[in-house]
Design a protein around this ligand. Structure first.
Ligand code: ADP
Length: 479
């Protein structure tokens, strides 16, 4: 029998008992049983009072039990901790609490399993987010431009190099179609084509030109499809590697080979021609023969210089050069250079002015190398200064800084600002000045190596196009 039923029946029984007692008392009173009737009234009143008391006790016990159940359920709701409902001092509610506890146990097991699933998902989500950050960090650290699109051609990832190259901001461009972000139509086409071809052509590499601030740059674009787990294409990764410099170096090397061949051929052809003339007896008198010998000797020197330049650069670069460091007079070395170069300057009617510090100032250096460096600067000044120009060769000593300075200033063609940072690079020749003189683009490389790498000195240049240039180097003066 359920508690409710039991409760109902007990109430009915007690109420019936009370009612029957009341009826019995009333009847007796009406029949007029004198003294004993007052006794009966007392008994009846006692029965009624007892009945009400029992009812009260019963209801109080049930109410207390229900309150305990309600409080425990509220606590469970507040803390989220599900446990069993316990009712102390009352057995009336066991038929309610037993199924309730069974239900709560089921719920608790369910909640526990959901909690462990949640924990598992949280761990997986943390791992996925760490992996995402790691991948992004890798992509951001790549110096090549990287852009990643999804299968709808929307941008999903790009690094700073890509933002800079293609002129967009990642945070405002995410999930936008690539053709709304990248103005370079052919690059957009390449990405679309790669996605369309799908996994048949996993990777392709194409050469592509991009105009950046008016300067054409060449890139190799490596396009790869990203495969999703169902073997479908989930996107495209495009990596743009700048090969402008490599192409420039390749072009410079080709130029160098043809320049060197030309430089070698010209003196060789001249030597061969004069020797043939001598063999054929075309130099009839001693004076003509001497002139021919001088030319042959001069051309041989030219050949020797060219080969020496190439060899010296490669020796310094590979670190096998033998440096003979000794106290030398910079003025003395530069004086010898001027003496050798003067005839060349005279041929072009160039005024060669010397402003030399006293010879007793000494620097510790390799005399042959310093001679070579100064000679290259003076010959360049003569080569790139038109007829009638002026060159000032100067050696001064800055006592305060303790350095000897050699400067070669000319009124020649000058060097365009854009070329200035490159003129010390191997094989680099200024386009605008190529017609003025032949060369290999090695002279200044050698000067830089000699002054900076071998002697720890400083080389400087200032130049204004059409106005002239000033090259200078300084070395610590010996005390
Ligand atoms: P090159 O054999 O071509 O003269 P260099 O290395 O000596 O090679 O010089 C590199 C380039 O710098 C030259 O091609 C030339 O265009 C430029 N240059 C060097 N010196 C001068 C100068 N005094 N005036 C103008 N241009 C110069």
């Amino acid at each position: 029998m359920t508690t409710a039923k039991r409760l109902g029946l007990t109430t009915i029984a007690l109420v019936s008992m009370g009612a029957s007692a009341a009826y019995y008392a009333t009847t007796m009173a009406m029949k007029g049983y004198g003294v004993s009737s007052s006794l009966n009234y007392l008994v009846l009143a006692l029965i009624a009072a007892l009945t009400i008391l029992m009812l009260l006790v019963f209801w109080r016990s049930v109410h207390r039990g229900m309150s305990q159940v309600a409080r425990q359920l509220c606590e469970m709701a507040d803390t989220g901790e599900i446990g069993l409902v316990m009712v102390r001092g009352s057995n009336e509610l066991t038929e309610v609490t037993n199924p309730l506890n069974k239900l709560l146990t089921g719920i608790e097991e369910e909640v526990e399993s959901l909690r462990s699933e949640k924990r598992e998902l949280q761990i997986q989500s943390r791992i996925a987010s760490a992996e995402k950050h790691h991948t992004e960090a890798i992509i951001f650290s790549i110096s090549d431009a990287v852009i990643v699109t999804n299968r709808f051609d929307e941008l999903v990832l790009a690094n700073e190099a890509a933002e800079e190259l293609l002129d967009f901001k990642l945070n405002t461009s995410l999930r936008k179609n690539i053709d709304r972000i990248v103005s370079d139509g052919s690059l957009v086409r390449l990405i679309r084509e790669t996605r369309n071809h799908g996994l048949r052509s996993i990777r392709k590499v194409v050469e592509h030109s991009i105009d950046k601030n008016g300067v054409a740059k060449t890139f190799t674009v490596t396009l790869s499809c990203v495969a999703a787990s169902n073997d479908e294409v989930s996107g495209v990764v495009a990596v743009l590697h700048d090969i402008t410099r490599e192409k420039e170096i390749a072009r410079m090397k080709t130029d160098f080979v043809s320049n060197v061949s030309h430089e070698l051929k010209t003196p060789l052809a001249s030597i061969k021609a004069y020797i043939e003339m001598l063999i054929d007896g075309e130099a009839e008198d001693e004076q003509t023969r001497c002139e021919f010998y001088d030319i042959i000797s001069g051309e041989t020197d030219r050949l020797h210089r060219l080969i020496e330049n190439i060899l010296n650069i490669s020796r310094i670069e590979s670190g096998v050069v033998k440096v003979v460091r000794e106290p030398i007079s910079l003025t003395g070395v530069v004086k010898r250079v001027i003496d050798v170069a003067s005839p060349q300057a005279k041929l072009k009617s160039i005024e060669l002015e010397e402003r030399l510090a006293p010879v007793f100032y000494q620097v510790e250096a390799d005399e042959d190398m310093i001679y070579q460096a100064a000679m290259n600067l003076v010959s360049n000044a003569i080569k790139y200064t038109p007829e009638g120009g002026k060159i000032i060769v100067e050696v001064s000593v800055d006592e305060r800084r303790g350095v000897a300075v050699c400067g070669v200033a000319d009124t020649g063609a000058g060097i365009p600002t854009a070329d200035l940072p490159h003129i010390f690079e191997k094989f680099y020749r200024v386009n605008a000045n190529k017609k003025l003189a032949k060369g290999t683009g090695l002279g200044l490389t050698l000067v830089k190596h000699i002054i900076e790498s071998v002697h720890n000195g400083e080389l400087s240049v200032t130049s204004e196009e059409g106005q002239g240039s000033r090259f200078g180097f300084e070395l610590p003066v010996l005390k």
